[in-house]
Design a protein around this ligand. Sequence first.
Ligand code: SF4
Length: 329
Amino acid sequence: MPKNKTIHWYIGPRCNASPRCTYCFEQDILFSGDPANKNLELNSPANLRRIARRLNEFRLERVILGGGEPLLVSNLWEVLNMLRGHTLTEVHTNGILLYQNQDRVNKLKDNVDSIALPLDSFNPQIQRQLRSYNAIQVFESVFGLLLKDKRTELGIHTVATTANLEDISEFYKGLKSRGFDFWKIYEMNAALAFSRLISSLDTVEGYNQFLDLVPRIRQLAGLPKEVVRGNMFRSYDFARRVLDLEKTLETSRDQRVKVVLLDDHPEDYLFLNNAGEVMGYSLRSPDDVSERTVFGNIFYQDLDEIISSMEYREIVEDKDRVRFHAQAA
Ligand code: SF4
């Protein structure tokens, strides 16, 4: 059984950030007003318990609970209790439900090993382009409460876009002064952001949102206005600028900071949904958007079998990725 693997479990089918964040790429998330019975069985407490039991059989290094918003999951505490003692646990939350709520923050601290919050900048003008809710205020409140009597690992997730690239060094200074254990900066994934828009094109609201968001997403991902073959979803220039961040931030000296490019696909990191499917979110090449490649299903297969599958090997050993990096560097 694999002992060094991290599973990122998309446990939360709903989100309370509305309207959703500009770069959000989750397709199946439910927002208030969506039919409550969608995927009822998959998201039921019984199914989540079944998944947790299965994960415990794999002796994983870490299970990350994300979503959507994991704190909206009705039996989150039960699942966390089941996992603890078998693996390290980490929660990725937008923090809205923890805002100014010391009791809830304490409960989370008592039940997980690691917590990560999202933020892209301390500059309100920049942050407003990316997240709809008052993200800076939520972050400051929750981060402060988490630092008090600190007993979990504490991290930040940032999406690198054209809106915040120039500001990242300033942002870094702000984060350093507050203190943190890890900071991951992800290259914006325009292909996934577009694909979630396409999935809601069949309603008038969805169509209007598509027209509004397409130019904004293009701009944030540094894509040119005109479509050039092989350059539809990713710009070499933008990828190069994200790569340069590593040098700017001197990440070699600060081991807590990691810049993650779109096609970085570490072998020890897998994604899981409530259907039991193990996936990779990865662009195989600049013009291939076959994201969410499913490698297998934990209900029918062992993890060893899944990671030795052809699809999995193809992605982690992808030659196109190496070519892209060489061209972007
Ligand atoms: S908080 Fe996360 S899941 Fe919710 S809309 Fe924003 S990016 Fe999407």
